[in-house]
Design a protein around this ligand. Structure first.
Ligand code: PGA
Length: 261
C-alpha cells in the first residue's frame, strides 16, 4: 500500500514564496533526503497550489529530480463551454496536473458544492486520467450528535456510488478531514482518526462493494511535523492531507520523512 503526503496550499503562496519553498528543497542536503524518501515507489509527495501556479510548481518539482507531483484543489463540474471563471479537468491535465482534490469542506460549505456536483467532478476528473483525492468529514455538531459515521457514509454513497470499481483503488484516494480539525490546531487524536478510518473501510465494503484493503485513506486536519508520526502509526491511515504545515518547506520535508517505513 502506498502512503501519501499531500500539501493543500489553499489560496496561499505567491511566485516569490513558491521560489523560496523550492530553493530550500533544492539545496544538496534536502534534495538528497527527498530523493532518499521518494526512491521508494510506495511513498508519494504531492502538492496542490493555486490553479495559476500549477505549471510553475510542476517545473520546480521536475528540477528537483524526484518523483513529486502537482495537482489542483478543485475543478469544474463541466467539461467545457460558457462557464466564466471555471477551470476544466482537461485543462488541468494539459498543464500537467496529476490529481485533483474534490469535496474539500471549504468548497462544500463556502461554495455550496453538493453531492451531485462532487459526483460529476469525480467522473470528469477520472475521464481525463486525473487521480482524485475525495474529502469527507463531519462537523463538530455532527460529531457531538454522534452522527459522524452516518454523515461520512452519506457523503461517500451520494458521490461515489456508480464509480467503476475496477479503477477505484488506483485512481481515488479518500481523505477523512473532520471539519472541526481543519485549520484549528486541534487534530483528531490518533485513536479518533483510526476509529473513523476503520468505519470508512466498512462503508467501502458494505455500501460500495469495494475491497477496503486496496483503498488509500488519508487523514487531514491540523497535521503537523509533531503529530504526524502517531497518526501514521495507525493501521488504517495511509497518509495525510495537510494545509498550514505544508506551506513551510522544512515542515513539508519533515512530513515526508515521517511516512511509514
Ligand atoms: P490544515 O488544513 O492542515 O491547515 O488543518 C487541512 C486541509 O484543509 O486540507
Amino acid at each position: 500500500m502506498k502512503t501519501y503526503i499531500i500539501g493543500n496550499w489553499k489560496m496561499n503562496h505567491n511566485i516569490g514564496e513558491i521560489n523560496n519553498f523550492f530553493s530550500f528543497l533544492n539545496t544538496e542536503e534536502q534534495k538528497k533526503e527527498l530523493a532518499r524518501i521518494l526512491r521508494d515507489e510506495n511513498k508519494e509527495a504531492w502538492i496542490a497550489p493555486q490553479y495559476i501556479h500549477i505549471g510553475m510548481v510542476k517545473d520546480l518539482c521536475a528540477s528537483l529530480n524526484v518523483n513529486m507531483r502537482v495537482g489542483s484543489q478543485n475543478s469544474s463540474t463541466h467539461e467545457k463551454g460558457a462557464f466564466t471563471g471555471e477551470v476544466s479537468a482537461k485543462a488541468l491535465k494539459d498543464i500537467g496536473a496529476h490529481f485533483v482534490i474534490v469535496g474539500h469542506s471549504e468548497r462544500r460549505s463556502m461554495f455550496k458544492e453538493d453531492y451531485k456536483m462532487l459526483k460529476d467532478k469525480i467522473a470528469l476528473a477520472l475521464s481525463f486520467n486525473l487521480k482524485v483525492v475525495f474529502c469527507i468529514g463531519e462537523t463538530l455538531q455532527e460529531r457531538e450528535e454522534k452522527r459522524a459515521v452516518s454523515v461520512v457514509r452519506t457523503q461517500m454513497e451520494e458521490s461515489l456510488k456508480g464509480i467503476d470499481k475496477s479503477v477505484f483503488a488506483s485512481e481515488i484516494i479518500l481523505a477523512y478531514e473532520p471539519v472541526w480539525a481543519i485549520g484549528t490546531g486541534k487534530n483528531a487524536t490518533p485513536d479518533e482518526a483510526q476509529e473513523m478510518h476503520a468505519a470508512i473501510r466498512g462503508i467501502l465494503t458494505n455500501s460500495l462493494g469495494i475491497d477496503p484493503e486496496t483503498a488509500a485513506i488519508l487523514y487531514g486536519g491540523s497535521v503537523s511535523p509533531t503529530n504526524i508520526s502517531d497518526l501514521m502509526k495507525q493501521k488504517d491511515i495511509n497518509g495525510v492531507l495537510v494545509g498550514g504545515a505544508s506551506l513551510k518547506p522544512d515542515d513539508y520535508l519533515k512530513l515526508c520523512q515521517a511516512q511509514k517505513r
